[in-house]
Design a protein around this ligand. Structure first.
Ligand SMILES: [Cu+2]
Length: 324
């Protein structure tokens, strides 16, 4: 009995594992889809009407209606477009199920990324969309496709004076999901943290500057949170880097650069379409909260109560004696 249970567990583990590798998604053609006046609660003829998948995934359409339907790629005439005309949509030939009946299903595997519209050739009010995103690797890589073996990624300014150690979390970035860029700055000559390093952080995606913020490191580092709206390669670039240093650091890093281009450090990675979240209202930026601020909060919650406690103890110990 024990071994049977064991085999059962392995079986379920395998099932779970398979689900994470290749997904099969289903779209229902709900009862009543044949009737354009049928008043379904959501007025969807394919349910869900928009499905978001990854490259390589398979979608199965199940006919839960009482009549035959098709799943045909191309531009349908729209829910009201077909009325009063004989326009029945224009198939583009990418996929076509042909007619399949009540209780039957039809599947298609999408090996190309993109947005695919489809409709039913018999009932042109029936329309749906499949959004196919690039398959997401389970490892981080730069925008040239080179795997990032280890975090932090380390790079230097062209003049070799400043080192930036960069990490982002999560390591594989998806749209509509918060990513935190965490960076530490060093003076490689002195082998010390660079405190109070002034810089500008710029995010460039698909050739457009999508974010720019000035910063000043404290405690040798800083961070920014960001939510990407679109997929695509991204540059995380530091410009106009200048360290004022703290007493004790004697380095050329304290001086402004002769040429601003000498003080630029660029990291790159890829942002992927998030198949789990299609859109969110919270699109951009939660920046500029510094480690400094956290440090001050730490002071407020530890040092101040500690001071009060000491004062209270001293008061109890010595303050009462005066009454005696
Ligand atoms: Cu139909």
């Amino acid at each position: 009995m024990k071994s049977l249970f064991f085999i059962f567990c392995i079986y379920f583990l395998l099932l779970t594992f398979q689900n994470t590798v290749a997904e099969e998604q289903t779209v229902s053609i709900p009862f009543g889809a044949f009737d354009p006046t049928f008043d379904t609660p959501v007025e969807n003829w394919y349910e869900p009407p928009v499905i978001s998948i990854q490259k390589g995934d398979t979608v199965s359409w199940i006919n839960d209606d009482q009549e035959g339907h098709t799943v045909t790629s191309g531009e349908g005439p729209g829910r009201f477009g077909w009325m009063g005309s004989d326009k029945f949509g224009e198939p583009d030939g990418f996929f076509d199920s042909g007619r399949f009946m009540k209780g039957e299903s039809w599947s298609f595997t999408f090996d190309e990324a993109g947005l695919f519209r489809y409709f039913c050739t018999f009932h042109p009010w029936m329309e749906g969309i499949v959004v196919v995103g690039e398959s997401i690797p389970d490892y981080p890589h730069d925008s040239f496709g080179n795997k990032i073996e280890k975090f932090p990624v380390i790079d230097y300014t062209a003049d070799g004076i400043i080192e930036i150690d960069m990490t982002w979390e999560p390591n594989v970035i998806k749209t509509n999901e918060k990513v935190t860029f965490i960076y530490q700055t060093y003076d490689p000559a002195a082998n010390t943290n660079l405190d109070k390093m002034k810089y500008e952080l710029i995010l460039i995606q698909n050739g457009d500057e999508i974010f720019r913020d000035e910063g000043l490191t404290s405690v040798g580092g800083d961070y920014r949170n960001f939510i990407f709206e679109f997929p695509g390669p991204v540059e995380i670039r530091f410009e106009n880097i200048q360290s004022w240093g703290i007493s004790g650091i004697k380095s050329a890093a304290r001086a402004p650069a002769d040429s601003p281009s000498l003080r630029t450090v660029t990291f790159t990675t890829m942002v992927y379409e998030n198949p789990d979240i299609i859109s969110t209202d919270e699109i951009v930026v939660q920046p500029a909260r510094r480690l400094e601020l956290q440090y001050e909060i730490l002071v407020a919650i530890i040092v101040i109560p500690l001071g009060l406690a000491v004062a209270a103890i001293l008061h109890m110990k010595y303050g009462n004696r005066k009454i005696d």
